[in-house]
Design a binder for this molecule. Structure first.
Ligand SMILES: [Zn+2]
Length: 455
């Protein structure tokens, strides 16, 4: 038997363990075999991984691809080019585009654009607002991966539903079997402090952080868990930034609520001092927290397993919107969010190098669990025979520094990771058996990526 592709000469690592000196065989875009070299068939193409580590493709369930409507920031092509270059094989786009993804037609438009130009596989959430509760079954039928509610005002000015509408949304979404995720910050607390700080002339980047205190996040997590306990809905906490919010998630899990959570590399890497050192380019919502909250996020979220998934919240904006030329200027004129697709694997591998987590623990949180949480497993997030041949091949020992982030592949590349040093990098990315990134170059074709179908 001769298959299409064999990747050999690598250590294969999954969430369950590792096999040194192994390889993977691919036929028709699916995994045909995993194992020692003498157990692998001949192939039309042999990819020598040169002693690297091969893991199931990284699944990033939180990116802002910005298309349709905000293509001056990013589009499907550029976002998924960055994903391929970062070792990410599946991305899920957020719904705060223009138009917002709040009805089947808008979701279909977003899927069409992705089919035309994506380099890696993709999906999308739909947003729930005050105005589309009755459309939830139709949006589900149209193939959305899951649903999102923005609590309080956020980037894109999506009107937040009130608590009654959220309860009703949970009941309707429970019927679909899908999961509902939140931007979980209490908008009334944030609006209060934002107005107060602005009146007092507190305009520094760190003031933006302090206008969104940890209690705003923790309270929102607890309220949504209480609602989920009442309604039986499956819920997810996007971008958990603090140890206190991770503790709230842990309490929900202990009560038997089906609550999952993600955090991002930037909350695990930086402390709020980054706002004093880097300023507005590091502005994000929720904000990067102080050292004590970061430590607790590691202890409760990672070591204690309250956090299921790693994702980026990749959120490109132009340098003007990020006030790159005036990083310590009036923060209320700056926008929140920055790119992350090409630094998430290096950041997590750096944590592995520092013994903060194992390779297996990284794979579980950055591939397997995201796929499970959002209903894409085992097609994504595993190396099971017969599933999609998505691999991320990494050099866990590669030392490098991000210098000149304009070398990244997004349309706009502002990131607080500029100047940071890493140990580890993606060296090749394989999507359904096709090498889409290799040796520093995106080699796949736009439009190769396809929507991940879910029931
Ligand atoms: Zn986001």
């Amino acid at each position: 038997m001769t298959v299409d592709l064999v990747v050999r000469n690598c250590t294969v690592v999954t969430a369950a363990g590792r096999v040194p000196d192994a390889g993977v065989a691919v036929e028709d875009g699916r995994i045909a075999a995993v194992g020692r070299p003498d157990h692998l068939p001949d192939a039309d193409r042999v990819f020598d991984a040169d002693g690297s580590v091969l893991v199931p493709g990284i699944v990033d369930c939180h990116i802002h691809n910005r298309e349709p409507g905000l293509e001056y920031k990013e589009d499907w092509e550029s976002a998924t080019r960055a994903a391929a270059a970062g070792g990410v094989t599946t991305v899920v786009g957020m719904p705060n585009t223009d138009p917002v993804i709040d009805r089947p037609e808008h979701l279909e438009l977003k899927f069409e654009r992705g089919e035309a130009s994506a380099h890696v596989d993709f999906q999308s959430y739909a947003v729930v607002t005050s105005e589309n509760l009755e459309l939830i079954p139709e949006i589900d039928e149209a193939g959305a991966l899951g649903f999102k509610i923005f609590l309080g005002s956020t980037v894109g000015d999506v009107p937040p539903p009130n608590d009654g509408e959220i309860l009703e949304a949970m009941e309707r979404i429970r019927e679909t079997g899908k999961r509902l995720g939140f931007h979980e910050e209490n908008g009334e607390i944030i609006d209060h402090y934002t107005e107060q700080f602005q009146a007092e002339g507190r305009n520094d980047p760190i003031d933006h952080s302090h206008s969104r205190p940890v209690i705003a996040e923790q309270e929102a997590v607890e309220r949504m868990i209480t609602f989920a306990e009442e309604t039986g809905a499956k819920v997810h906490m996007f971008h958990v930034s603090s140890g206190s919010a991770a503790e709230a998630v842990a309490r929900g899990k202990e009560r038997g609520v089906d609550v999952t959570a993600e955090t991002t590399p930037h909350y695990l890497w930086f402390t709020e001092e980054v706002m004093r050192e880097t300023g507005n380019p590091a502005r994000i919502q929720p904000p990067i927290r102080d050292a004590a909250e970061r430590e607790k996020l590691w202890e409760v979220g990672i070591d204690g397993e309250a956090i299921d998934c790693i994702a980026t919240d990749h959120a490109p904006h132009t340098p003007q919107e990020k006030k790159v030329d005036d990083p310590f200027g009036n923060t209320w004129d700056a926008i929140s969010g920055f790119v992350g697709l090409e630094t998430e694997v290096p950041a997590m591998l750096t944590f592995v190098d520092e013994d903060r987590l194992s390779l297996e623990g990284w794979v579980r949180r950055h591939s397997t669990r995201p796929a499970q949480v959002w209903g894409m497993y085992p097609r994504k997030g595993s190396l099971q025979v017969g599933t999609d041949a998505d691999f991320t091949i990494v050099d866990p020992d590669r030392e490098w520094t991000l210098e000149g982030s304009d070398g990244l592949h997004s349309k706009n590349c502002v990131t607080p990771f500029e100047g940071e040093s890493f140990v580890g990098k993606a060296v090749a990315t394989v999507v359904r058996g096709e090498v889409v990134y290799e040796d520093g170059t995106v080699v796949g074709d736009p439009g190769y990526g396809t929507r991940v179908d879910v029931d």
